[in-house]
Design a protein around this ligand. Sequence first.
Ligand code: TRP
Length: 313
Amino acid sequence: MANPPPYFSAGPYSAPAPAAKDQDAAKEDQDVAQLVLELCVPELREKALLLLSKKREKCEDLALLLWHSYGTMAALLQEIVSIYRSLSPPKLSSEQSTRVCNALALLQCVASHPDTRMPFVNALVPLYLFPFLNTTYKTREYEFLRLTSLGVIGALVKFDDNEVVAFLLTSEIIPLCLRAIDMGSELSKTVATFIIQKIMLDDAGLAYIYASSERFCAVASVLAQMVEELVEQPSPRLLKHIIRCYLRLTDDGRACNALRNILPTVLRDGTFNDLIEVDLTARLWLHQLLHNIMMMSNGGGGPHPVLGRAMGM
Ligand code: TRP
Protein backbone atom coordinates (compact mmCIF):
# COMPACT_ATOMS: atom_id res chain seq x y z
CA MET A 1 0.00 0.00 0.00
CA ALA A 2 1.20 3.56 -0.70
CA ASN A 3 1.90 5.78 2.27
CA PRO A 4 -1.35 7.20 3.64
CA PRO A 5 -1.93 10.86 2.87
CA PRO A 6 -0.64 13.12 5.69
CA TYR A 7 -4.10 14.14 6.98
CA PHE A 8 -4.92 10.52 7.64
CA SER A 9 -2.66 10.25 10.65
CA ALA A 10 -3.23 13.77 11.96
CA GLY A 11 -5.98 15.04 14.25
CA PRO A 12 -7.42 13.82 17.51
CA TYR A 13 -9.70 11.11 16.11
CA SER A 14 -7.34 9.34 13.76
CA ALA A 15 -6.16 5.85 14.49
CA PRO A 16 -2.63 5.57 15.84
CA ALA A 17 -0.01 5.03 13.16
CA PRO A 18 0.59 1.32 12.75
CA ALA A 19 3.74 0.10 14.43
CA ALA A 20 6.70 -0.28 12.13
CA LYS A 21 6.54 -4.03 12.58
CA ASP A 22 2.94 -4.25 11.35
CA GLN A 23 3.90 -2.22 8.36
CA ASP A 24 6.68 -4.63 7.57
CA ALA A 25 4.32 -7.57 7.92
CA ALA A 26 1.74 -5.90 5.68
CA LYS A 27 4.40 -5.21 3.08
CA GLU A 28 5.54 -8.83 3.27
CA ASP A 29 1.97 -10.10 2.76
CA GLN A 30 1.61 -7.85 -0.21
CA ASP A 31 4.86 -9.11 -1.72
CA VAL A 32 3.75 -12.68 -1.26
CA ALA A 33 0.36 -12.00 -2.85
CA GLN A 34 2.11 -10.36 -5.80
CA LEU A 35 4.43 -13.34 -6.21
CA VAL A 36 1.48 -15.73 -6.17
CA LEU A 37 -0.04 -13.76 -9.04
CA GLU A 38 3.25 -13.94 -10.89
CA LEU A 39 3.12 -17.75 -10.80
CA CYS A 40 0.53 -17.50 -13.55
CA VAL A 41 2.80 -15.44 -15.80
CA PRO A 42 5.11 -17.85 -17.61
CA GLU A 43 8.04 -15.41 -17.85
CA LEU A 44 7.86 -14.50 -14.18
CA ARG A 45 7.13 -17.95 -12.85
CA GLU A 46 10.62 -19.30 -12.26
CA LYS A 47 11.67 -16.34 -10.11
CA ALA A 48 8.36 -16.34 -8.25
CA LEU A 49 8.72 -20.05 -7.47
CA LEU A 50 12.16 -19.46 -6.02
CA LEU A 51 11.20 -16.46 -3.91
CA LEU A 52 7.96 -17.98 -2.65
CA SER A 53 9.58 -21.26 -1.69
CA LYS A 54 12.06 -19.24 0.38
CA LYS A 55 9.30 -17.28 2.08
CA ARG A 56 7.00 -20.19 2.72
CA GLU A 57 7.95 -20.78 6.34
CA LYS A 58 7.33 -17.18 7.30
CA CYS A 59 3.93 -16.78 5.69
CA GLU A 60 1.27 -18.67 7.64
CA ASP A 61 -1.52 -18.28 5.14
CA LEU A 62 0.48 -19.04 2.02
CA ALA A 63 -1.25 -22.42 1.72
CA LEU A 64 -4.67 -20.76 1.61
CA LEU A 65 -3.49 -18.24 -0.91
CA LEU A 66 -1.97 -20.91 -3.14
CA TRP A 67 -5.01 -23.12 -2.96
CA HIS A 68 -7.73 -20.52 -3.38
CA SER A 69 -6.20 -18.10 -5.85
CA TYR A 70 -7.16 -18.39 -9.47
CA GLY A 71 -4.98 -20.62 -11.63
CA THR A 72 -2.21 -21.12 -9.07
CA MET A 73 -2.57 -24.85 -8.47
CA ALA A 74 -2.90 -25.38 -12.21
CA ALA A 75 0.35 -23.49 -12.70
CA LEU A 76 2.13 -25.66 -10.11
CA LEU A 77 0.80 -28.85 -11.67
CA GLN A 78 1.87 -27.63 -15.06
CA GLU A 79 5.40 -27.20 -13.73
CA ILE A 80 5.36 -30.77 -12.50
CA VAL A 81 4.03 -32.46 -15.59
CA SER A 82 6.27 -30.39 -17.85
CA ILE A 83 9.33 -32.44 -16.87
CA TYR A 84 7.76 -35.91 -17.06
CA ARG A 85 9.14 -36.42 -20.53
CA SER A 86 12.66 -35.59 -19.38
CA LEU A 87 12.60 -38.17 -16.60
CA SER A 88 13.33 -41.23 -18.67
CA PRO A 89 15.59 -41.69 -20.51
CA PRO A 90 17.35 -39.30 -18.14
CA LYS A 91 17.52 -35.81 -19.59
CA LEU A 92 16.73 -33.76 -16.55
CA SER A 93 18.88 -30.64 -16.14
CA SER A 94 19.72 -29.25 -12.75
CA GLU A 95 17.76 -26.05 -13.55
CA GLN A 96 14.67 -28.11 -14.36
CA SER A 97 15.05 -30.12 -11.18
CA THR A 98 15.51 -27.03 -8.99
CA ARG A 99 12.56 -25.28 -10.52
CA VAL A 100 10.23 -28.23 -9.98
CA CYS A 101 11.53 -28.71 -6.45
CA ASN A 102 10.53 -25.14 -5.70
CA ALA A 103 7.04 -25.92 -7.01
CA LEU A 104 7.01 -29.06 -4.83
CA ALA A 105 8.01 -27.00 -1.80
CA LEU A 106 4.88 -24.91 -2.35
CA LEU A 107 2.77 -28.04 -2.63
CA GLN A 108 4.25 -29.17 0.66
CA CYS A 109 2.99 -25.99 2.20
CA VAL A 110 -0.55 -26.79 0.94
CA ALA A 111 -0.19 -30.39 2.20
CA SER A 112 0.77 -29.17 5.67
CA HIS A 113 -2.07 -26.73 6.28
CA PRO A 114 -5.08 -28.25 8.09
CA ASP A 115 -7.59 -26.38 5.91
CA THR A 116 -6.08 -27.35 2.57
CA ARG A 117 -4.79 -30.86 3.32
CA MET A 118 -7.97 -32.82 2.52
CA PRO A 119 -8.95 -30.74 -0.52
CA PHE A 120 -5.38 -31.32 -1.76
CA VAL A 121 -5.75 -35.07 -1.24
CA ASN A 122 -9.27 -35.21 -2.69
CA ALA A 123 -8.04 -33.43 -5.80
CA LEU A 124 -5.53 -36.31 -6.14
CA VAL A 125 -2.61 -33.89 -6.33
CA PRO A 126 -0.23 -36.34 -4.58
CA LEU A 127 -0.53 -38.70 -7.56
CA TYR A 128 1.29 -36.16 -9.73
CA LEU A 129 4.42 -36.72 -7.65
CA PHE A 130 4.51 -40.46 -8.14
CA PRO A 131 6.62 -40.42 -11.31
CA PHE A 132 9.35 -38.67 -9.27
CA LEU A 133 9.25 -41.42 -6.66
CA ASN A 134 9.40 -44.09 -9.29
CA THR A 135 12.66 -43.02 -10.92
CA THR A 136 15.69 -45.28 -10.80
CA TYR A 137 18.47 -42.73 -11.23
CA LYS A 138 20.68 -41.66 -8.39
CA THR A 139 22.08 -38.38 -9.66
CA ARG A 140 21.58 -35.13 -7.75
CA GLU A 141 18.74 -33.93 -9.96
CA TYR A 142 16.73 -37.10 -9.43
CA GLU A 143 17.57 -37.39 -5.77
CA PHE A 144 16.47 -33.82 -5.14
CA LEU A 145 13.11 -34.52 -6.82
CA ARG A 146 12.70 -37.76 -4.92
CA LEU A 147 13.44 -36.17 -1.57
CA THR A 148 11.23 -33.13 -2.12
CA SER A 149 8.35 -35.31 -3.32
CA LEU A 150 8.72 -37.50 -0.25
CA GLY A 151 8.63 -34.30 1.79
CA VAL A 152 5.15 -33.53 0.44
CA ILE A 153 3.85 -37.02 1.31
CA GLY A 154 5.63 -36.80 4.66
CA ALA A 155 3.81 -33.55 5.39
CA LEU A 156 0.48 -35.27 4.62
CA VAL A 157 1.04 -38.22 6.97
CA LYS A 158 2.60 -36.23 9.78
CA PHE A 159 -0.78 -35.41 11.31
CA ASP A 160 -2.13 -38.94 11.76
CA ASP A 161 -5.27 -38.41 9.72
CA ASN A 162 -7.09 -41.69 8.85
CA GLU A 163 -8.58 -40.19 5.73
CA VAL A 164 -5.14 -39.33 4.40
CA VAL A 165 -3.87 -42.83 5.13
CA ALA A 166 -6.94 -44.38 3.49
CA PHE A 167 -6.22 -42.39 0.36
CA LEU A 168 -2.54 -43.29 0.34
CA LEU A 169 -3.31 -46.99 0.70
CA THR A 170 -5.46 -46.94 -2.41
CA SER A 171 -2.76 -45.02 -4.25
CA GLU A 172 -0.07 -47.71 -3.83
CA ILE A 173 2.36 -45.36 -2.16
CA ILE A 174 4.03 -48.17 -0.18
CA PRO A 175 5.76 -49.81 -3.15
CA LEU A 176 6.89 -46.35 -4.23
CA CYS A 177 8.35 -45.67 -0.80
CA LEU A 178 10.12 -49.02 -0.96
CA ARG A 179 11.57 -48.04 -4.32
CA ALA A 180 12.65 -44.63 -2.96
CA ILE A 181 14.38 -46.44 -0.09
CA ASP A 182 16.18 -48.63 -2.60
CA MET A 183 17.32 -45.80 -4.82
CA GLY A 184 17.54 -42.84 -2.48
CA SER A 185 20.07 -41.14 -0.21
CA GLU A 186 20.04 -41.54 3.55
CA LEU A 187 17.71 -38.56 3.79
CA SER A 188 15.26 -40.00 1.27
CA LYS A 189 15.39 -43.34 3.05
CA THR A 190 14.59 -41.58 6.30
CA VAL A 191 11.57 -39.71 4.97
CA ALA A 192 10.27 -42.77 3.08
CA THR A 193 10.62 -44.93 6.20
CA PHE A 194 8.84 -42.24 8.21
CA ILE A 195 5.95 -42.37 5.73
CA ILE A 196 5.73 -46.16 6.00
CA GLN A 197 5.89 -45.88 9.78
CA LYS A 198 3.04 -43.37 9.86
CA ILE A 199 0.91 -45.48 7.53
CA MET A 200 1.49 -48.63 9.56
CA LEU A 201 0.65 -46.88 12.81
CA ASP A 202 -2.83 -46.49 11.40
CA ASP A 203 -4.89 -49.68 11.91
CA ALA A 204 -6.00 -49.82 8.29
CA GLY A 205 -2.36 -49.36 7.27
CA LEU A 206 -1.16 -52.27 9.37
CA ALA A 207 -3.98 -54.47 8.10
CA TYR A 208 -3.00 -53.52 4.55
CA ILE A 209 0.57 -54.70 5.05
CA TYR A 210 -0.60 -57.95 6.61
CA ALA A 211 -3.20 -58.61 3.92
CA SER A 212 -0.72 -60.60 1.83
CA SER A 213 2.56 -62.31 2.48
CA GLU A 214 4.08 -60.52 -0.53
CA ARG A 215 3.41 -57.15 1.07
CA PHE A 216 4.74 -58.19 4.43
CA CYS A 217 7.85 -59.73 2.90
CA ALA A 218 8.50 -56.71 0.69
CA VAL A 219 8.37 -54.32 3.65
CA ALA A 220 10.29 -56.61 5.99
CA SER A 221 13.08 -57.24 3.52
CA VAL A 222 13.57 -53.55 2.79
CA LEU A 223 13.71 -52.81 6.52
CA ALA A 224 16.24 -55.59 7.04
CA GLN A 225 18.34 -54.37 4.14
CA MET A 226 18.49 -50.88 5.64
CA VAL A 227 19.49 -52.27 9.03
CA GLU A 228 22.41 -54.09 7.44
CA GLU A 229 23.51 -50.91 5.68
CA LEU A 230 23.32 -48.95 8.92
CA VAL A 231 26.10 -51.07 10.38
CA GLU A 232 28.49 -49.45 7.87
CA GLN A 233 26.81 -46.06 7.65
CA PRO A 234 25.13 -45.27 10.94
CA SER A 235 22.17 -42.90 11.10
CA PRO A 236 20.39 -42.72 14.45
CA ARG A 237 17.36 -41.02 12.94
CA LEU A 238 16.82 -43.65 10.29
CA LEU A 239 17.41 -46.45 12.77
CA LYS A 240 14.77 -45.01 15.06
CA HIS A 241 12.11 -45.06 12.33
CA ILE A 242 13.08 -48.61 11.39
CA ILE A 243 12.79 -49.78 14.99
CA ARG A 244 9.36 -48.14 15.27
CA CYS A 245 8.24 -49.93 12.08
CA TYR A 246 9.36 -53.31 13.41
CA LEU A 247 7.75 -52.61 16.76
CA ARG A 248 4.47 -51.79 15.06
CA LEU A 249 4.66 -55.03 13.08
CA THR A 250 4.72 -56.91 16.39
CA ASP A 251 1.29 -55.45 17.22
CA ASP A 252 -0.15 -58.21 15.08
CA GLY A 253 0.63 -61.03 17.47
CA ARG A 254 0.02 -63.69 14.86
CA ALA A 255 2.96 -62.58 12.74
CA CYS A 256 5.36 -63.57 15.49
CA ASN A 257 7.15 -66.44 13.84
CA ALA A 258 7.64 -64.59 10.62
CA LEU A 259 9.10 -61.61 12.45
CA ARG A 260 11.28 -63.68 14.69
CA ASN A 261 12.81 -65.35 11.68
CA ILE A 262 13.52 -62.20 9.74
CA LEU A 263 14.61 -59.71 12.40
CA PRO A 264 18.27 -58.93 11.66
CA THR A 265 20.65 -60.23 14.32
CA VAL A 266 22.41 -56.87 14.54
CA LEU A 267 19.23 -55.50 16.11
CA ARG A 268 19.39 -58.11 18.85
CA ASP A 269 23.07 -58.26 19.68
CA GLY A 270 23.70 -54.71 20.85
CA THR A 271 25.45 -53.56 17.65
CA PHE A 272 23.53 -50.29 17.75
CA ASN A 273 23.70 -49.62 21.48
CA ASP A 274 26.12 -46.74 21.07
CA LEU A 275 24.18 -45.23 18.22
CA ILE A 276 20.95 -44.88 20.20
CA GLU A 277 22.50 -44.43 23.60
CA VAL A 278 21.31 -40.84 23.97
CA ASP A 279 17.84 -41.49 22.58
CA LEU A 280 15.70 -42.89 25.36
CA THR A 281 12.65 -43.39 23.14
CA ALA A 282 14.58 -45.36 20.55
CA ARG A 283 16.07 -47.53 23.30
CA LEU A 284 12.66 -48.20 24.81
CA TRP A 285 11.19 -49.10 21.43
CA LEU A 286 14.02 -51.50 20.68
CA HIS A 287 13.67 -53.05 24.10
CA GLN A 288 9.92 -53.44 23.64
CA LEU A 289 10.43 -54.91 20.17
CA LEU A 290 12.85 -57.56 21.42
CA HIS A 291 10.58 -58.27 24.36
CA ASN A 292 7.50 -58.70 22.12
CA ILE A 293 9.38 -61.03 19.82
CA MET A 294 10.63 -63.11 22.69
CA MET A 295 7.17 -63.36 24.27
CA MET A 296 5.67 -64.31 20.96
CA SER A 297 8.13 -67.06 20.36
CA ASN A 298 7.00 -68.56 23.63
CA GLY A 299 3.75 -69.47 21.97
CA GLY A 300 1.84 -66.18 21.68
CA GLY A 301 -1.01 -66.63 19.18
CA GLY A 302 -1.39 -69.21 16.45
CA PRO A 303 0.03 -69.00 12.94
CA HIS A 304 -0.94 -65.94 10.95
CA PRO A 305 -3.76 -66.79 8.49
CA VAL A 306 -1.92 -65.30 5.54
CA LEU A 307 1.74 -65.36 6.51
CA GLY A 308 1.48 -68.74 8.15
CA ARG A 309 0.74 -70.51 4.93
CA ALA A 310 3.19 -68.59 2.78
CA MET A 311 6.07 -68.94 5.18
CA GLY A 312 5.57 -72.58 5.97
CA MET A 313 4.25 -72.09 9.48
N1 TRP B 1 -0.48 -53.99 -5.96
C1 TRP B 1 0.49 -54.38 -5.00
C2 TRP B 1 -0.25 -54.94 -3.79
O1 TRP B 1 -1.33 -54.45 -3.56
C3 TRP B 1 1.27 -53.18 -4.58
C4 TRP B 1 2.53 -53.54 -3.88
C5 TRP B 1 3.70 -53.93 -4.46
C6 TRP B 1 2.76 -53.49 -2.49
N2 TRP B 1 4.62 -54.10 -3.52
C7 TRP B 1 4.11 -53.87 -2.31
C8 TRP B 1 1.99 -53.16 -1.39
C9 TRP B 1 4.68 -53.93 -1.05
C10 TRP B 1 2.56 -53.21 -0.13
C11 TRP B 1 3.88 -53.61 0.06
O2 TRP B 1 0.25 -55.80 -3.11
